[in-house]
Design a binder for this molecule. Sequence first.
Ligand code: CO8
Length: 375
Amino acid sequence: MAYSPVISGTGVFTPDQSISNAELVEAFNAYADRYNAKHADEIAAGTVTAKEHSSEDFILKASGIEQRYVMNKSGVLDPDVMHPLLRQRGDDEPSIMAEMALDAANKALAAAGKTAEDVDAVICAASNLERAYPAVAIEIQELLGVKGFAFDMNVACSSATFGIQAAADMVRSGSIRSALVVNPEICSAHLEWRDRDCHFIFGDVATATLIERAEDANGPYFEIKSTRCATEFSNNIRNNNGYLRRSRPDGMQDRRDMQFMQNGRKVFKEVLPLVSQHIAGHMEEEGVKADDLKRLWLHQANKSMNDFIGKKVMGRTPEAGEQPNILQDYANTSSAGSIIAFSQYSEDLAPGDVGIICSFGAGYSVGSVILQRHG
Ligand code: CO8
């Protein structure tokens, strides 16, 4: 017997610290000035490239981002530090990812009118995990008091949609009754805040989604009509950080490639057709016409990218609210972005309305989820 999987609750954890573009640019420019003064002789000799200033105008125009939330602001804005300062936690304390996810998970359970006893599995799907083992998901399972099982997975920005597909397939087959997919994203820890090309892009957040059988839902829900995931290898978004660092010939050096690296222009150009075709193909397979589509909850990386995809998918410029963006407030929060948009802009849909969550990013990876409102 196959069951119908639904999303019955979502939750968002938003850090209490935020950084405006003005604050970010002021800190970066102070860092750049100090760097250039320190390397004045090498810059004059042509062996070191001077750092250019960042600009608020550029950031807003190129990305649409106005601010971002972070787990630690003081370190990021200190020109002598330029990364978050997160204390080392004891092994018997909740880890930072687990703490962020727990808040979002409890909100998702409350929204669905459920408790940990109703959950059979926890999937922690995120673009970077603070450790290899034990799985962060198992720690979250323990903190929530969920029986059953838990595991981690990482498909970068597409982690949430790939996690939803895994959970929906398990619910559909009957191997579990329900699963929490949690996405704690500490992007600030693997972003290179000393590089003006990318220092404005990311923020921290955690999201959670409860997936269960339609027959078990306590209130209105979104039926997961169908999911579709695709990957295609690319080095255009990459980080080489990890536990192999110690084993490299240059040891523990603070190499640029150990943080987030991307060729933004190439990503923009290559990912746009990939995503537009992916969504169009998924809609065609499921018999969903552009006119049937009431909402597009897209990955939140870049406003013009989303405008382009929205227009391609809908066949016209989307009306205000049809393709909601949250990136102006949150920046790119990797896998969590499309789930924040879904969480904040879905309750007004009427029974029968159809919408699509779509995430895309490093890998490359694309994941789409077709949803229909019930109740
Ligand atoms: N201030 C002023 N000028 C700047 C700045 C700045 N901050 N940054 C760059 N410039 C300059 C450049 O140097 C360049 O100058 P010149 O023309 O003289 O060479 C000029 O401005 C134009 O630069 P770009 O070509 O780079 O500008 P774009 O218009 O392409 O905009 C973007 C840059 C916003 C990055 C854009 O390319 C973009 O959004 N691309 C898509 C990126 C994307 O979607 N990436 C997905 C990544 S997310 C993901 O997959 C998750 C990974 C895991 C999470 C990681 C967490 C850290």
